[in-house]
Design a protein around this ligand. Sequence first.
Ligand SMILES: *Cc1c(COP(=O)(O)O)cnc(C)c1O
Length: 580
Amino acid sequence: MEDAEYFYHPLENIEDTELFYEAVERNHLTKSISPERPYTYWTIELYDQKNGIRGGGGLGVLAADTRRVAEKMGIPFTLITPFYPSEIKQIYENGEISEQHIPVDYSKYGFKYCDKVNIKCHKDLCSLDVIEKRFKNTRIICITEPNFGELYSGLSGSDHRLYQEVSLGFGGYAALKLLGLKPAIMQLNEVATFFAALARLDELASNGMDFYEAVVYTRKHTLYTNHTLVQAAEAEFSREQFDRFVFPNLRSPAVRKWLSDKFTHDRIKLSSVTIEIAELRSGVSKLHTRVANYHDIAGNRVKFKPVTNGIDMDTWVLPEIMNFYRENEILDTINAPTNDYAEKLDSFTAETIKSLKTLGREILNKTLENRPDQNGKILKFTDNDFIFDFKRRFVDYKRPELPFSDLNRLRNILEPRGAHYIIAGRVHPGDDTMYKKLQNILKLIKNDDYLCDHVHYLADYDEKLAYGLSVGSNVAINVPIVGYEACGTSWMKDIANLNLLISTHDGGVADGPMSAYFCVNGASEEDELNILYQQMEDAISTWDNDFDLEFVIRRQLSAFLPIISGARMMKDYLDFLFPK
Ligand SMILES: *Cc1c(COP(=O)(O)O)cnc(C)c1O
């Protein structure tokens, strides 16, 4: 049981964030967050290959970056996530994608076994391993067992998913107690982590706290971060599933009743209960928080606070570019832009930009050494080669096929410059529609004399490929249907690595002005396509004109560096959680 002092004292407000930062820097942490009372971050997905964990996409990358940024800023931070004992590798061979299931051994990545915790599944006790990896002021705690399965295995409303989510929530909460940690704040990275907050509510209410006080307390200390636009699209669970997996884990009759009342026609959406249990709610870009359409159980539209995602720049940006940012006082020691960063950007000349990109291209070539394209060819690019890339999960709203709508036009853009177009992105296992779209693109280009060996598909998109392309290509193409991208972070990696960005005005890109990048802004898809092609032509001529290149790179960085900075994101979260 948590001590009474902790129950009845609300989080101490930090009057002045500057003082908070001074305190953090001196390592005299405030009462609100401390090593025993860390900022806790709950996520079903973590994308952190250095630590042996491969995620699915942006949600997991964000989680890994948030921890790294907290590490750099000296914030006591604990991330709780499952360790999946197996992961999927995709291979493209003879025109087909196949999947390999690769076992992963956590002990090879510096995780240490701590102990076991139990949760109830139906009438059985399930035993889960708690493993941990510690860093300076942050740690990763994982819940795992040999049959835990893979990330997103099974359908989203399936028993197995519920089992994984309940294991993370109840098992993870028990693990914190086991390790002597009490959460100062619980950030729920999407609703699959709802059960962690439920476990806390149950613990408070079953240990003698008045039920309503327990609800108020849990709500005040829980932040729900939403990444999804429409509530309707979310999978539901049935009461029968909850009877087997959830209710047996609740000790407080009042909490059981509370949860029971949240069903409609014996079905429940995790978002609706997450909204009830979290008073603090955030979205991941300004546009996203405006368009996210969520309602609480009473039918009121939910307001989300915009905290636009950022990236851990030390992870994603070429070290030589990071040195340049620091030496020229564009970024400070925690990678936040300095007060006069915009003027300091004048230190970027076309010559510097090109010499830094040459270093990046070497990294890209290394990355590609063991990753053949669809023709089985190993790609190697010279400094003068021109590369467009489209690197992102193959999902419909991101429109990977858009640039292939008019093959003649595409060829006429690429051919005069001898330019290449690289597509990298995983199709979600079982997504037939997107698998067919990919096959179709590859069939189209195969029959074109130029495109057949200048458009390359690279299978098994992962962090290393994301990094290689960000540092080594010239132009990134990002064309989600406007209103569909919650934030996106790969475009941030591109801008920070001095690539030109061609994008629709969507997600976090729309936090900045349209004039700051090559904007694809049209009233119909036909318009958008036309503008996309014009912007591709423009991007090539910009790159080949020193004056234009300097101007455009400075303009992109000037508008977007504060948005990209992970330190800015963390500061926004702290300001929201501990208001002045
Ligand atoms: C950065 C990154 C993402 C995020 O992609 P978005 O499409 O911008 O959300 C996804 N997957 C990997 C491997 C990444 O490195």
